[in-house]
Design a protein around this ligand. Structure first.
Ligand SMILES: *Cc1c(COP(=O)(O)O)cnc(C)c1O
Length: 383
């Protein structure tokens, strides 16, 4: 299997025909328990909080796509949501340990660390991880985890994963990369030195805005075992139907990401040349500060584009209610295009902190509709 390429692994890794029926598609194993031949003698499954075959297939698929050597000890843990994955990683830490996170982290990640993990004695520092000075200043001897998002949400800053992983290692800290925006199709953080990859499978992996899920991937057998223990002990698992939806979504990840990337590039081109637009953030722009690093560590620039319209917050609020194809909604990564104002929607929890974003910032999750229709929609809505 390991010589197979990405698109092939997406369809075949973990997805052998069902051994009992020959079903070509992994069944939804809707069962909580498994019959044992004698006490403790069974076919590898005992209880579905611990393991379920639909979830196992999904885990093998995601691990293969993140470049884990399936013959070795690494692997994936599928979780109930992206934040469930983040919480499990939080349980690895002890009171007094510190997490360094980006100063424009996903709002929910920031809330979990600053409001919940902090109550259990975990300390945190928000820092600019886009520069070597930024990470050097933030790292302290008590730092156990450096949390990386790249591209970041919603400002699409690019973080040099190899540079951060090396800096983190120098103080004995682990590096976690939230790979939700890039997906393993565009970026494989484990190969750049990261210890763990986290996903909100709700987004591009699932890809159809019809389920919530998450995942953690690692090449480290010890970490995998601890995380499996913690998941079984605390319970944040995806059900078999949700596992199936993500498994099915991922089969088309490569073709979807190709289209997300080309559509986003064309929309960026439209926006930068439009006088009604003040500033555009997209790592594919040659003028973007993250362009050089993105070009080195990514094989494409993704489907997320942010911009500020001329006219400030009033213009942004008017724009997002006028689009027809771009739905005004939170979330991202689905086949349908979405538009939102992060400061008043997804990033409310970071208001007044270091992580605050411009109030008139508009974030697009560019879908895979015909790009001319999407551009017409924005053109009309800009008024
Ligand atoms: C959505 C998201 C999360 C959280 O995932 P859920 O599935 O909503 O729990 C984490 N990180 C990023 C970058 C996200 O976009």
């Amino acid at each position: 299997m390991s010589e197979d390429r990405f698109e092939t692994l997406a369809i075949h890794a973990g997805q052998d025909p069902d051994p009992t029926t020959g079903a070509a598609v992994v069944p939804i194993y809707a069962t909580s328990t498994y019959v044992q031949q004698a006490p403790g003698v069974h076919k590898g499954y005992e209880y579905s909080r611990t393991d379920n075959p639909t979830r196992t297939a999904l885990q093998t698929q995601i691990a293969a796509l993140e470049g884990v050597d399936l013959g070795a000890d690494g692997g994936c843990i599928a979780t109930a949501s992206g934040l469930a994955a983040t919480a499990l990683i939080g349980y690895l830490l002890e009171p007094g340990d510190r997490i360094v996170l980006p100063d424009d982290a996903y709002g929910g990640t920031f809330r979990l660390i600053a409001q919940v993990l902090s109550r259990h004695g975990i300390k945190w520092t928000a820092a600019d991880l886009t520069t070597a000075e930024g990470i050097a200043k933030a790292l302290t001897p008590d730092t156990k985890l450096v949390w990386v998002e790249t591209p970041t949400n919603p400002l699409l800053r690019v973080v040099d994963i190899a540079m951060i992983a090396e800096a983190a290692k120098s103080v004995g800290a682990m590096t976690v990369v939230d790979n939700t925006f890039a997906t393993p199709y565009l970026q494989q953080p484990l190969s750049l030195g990261a210890d763990m990859v986290v996903h909100s499978a709700t987004k591009y992996l699932g890809g159809h805005s019809d389920t919530v899920g998450g995942a953690i991937v690692t090449n480290d057998a010890g970490l995998l075992e601890q995380l499996r223990y913690l998941q079984n002990a605390t319970g944040p698992i995806p059900g078999p139907f949700d596992s199936y939806l993500v498994l099915r979504g991922i089969k088309t990840l490569g073709v979807r990401m190709d289209r997300h990337c080309t559509n986003a590039a064309a929309i960026t081109d439209f926006l930068v040349n439009d006088p009604r637009v003040e500033h555009v953030w997209y790592p594919g722009l040659a003028t973007d500060p993250g362009h050089a690093t993105a070009s080195l560590q990514m094989s494409g620039y993704g489907g997320m584009v942010s911009f500020t319209p001329v006219g400030g917050l009033a213009a942004a609020n008017a724009l997002v209610t006028r689009t027809r194809l771009f739905f005004l909604a939170e979330s991202l990564g689905g086949v349908e295009s979405l538009i939102e104002v992060p400061a008043s929607m997804t990033h409310l929890s970071v208001e007044g902190t270091d992580l605050e974003v411009p109030e008139s910032l508009v974030r697009l999750s560019v879908g895979i509709e015909h790009v001319d229709d999407l551009i017409s929609d924005l053109d009309r809505a800009l008024g």
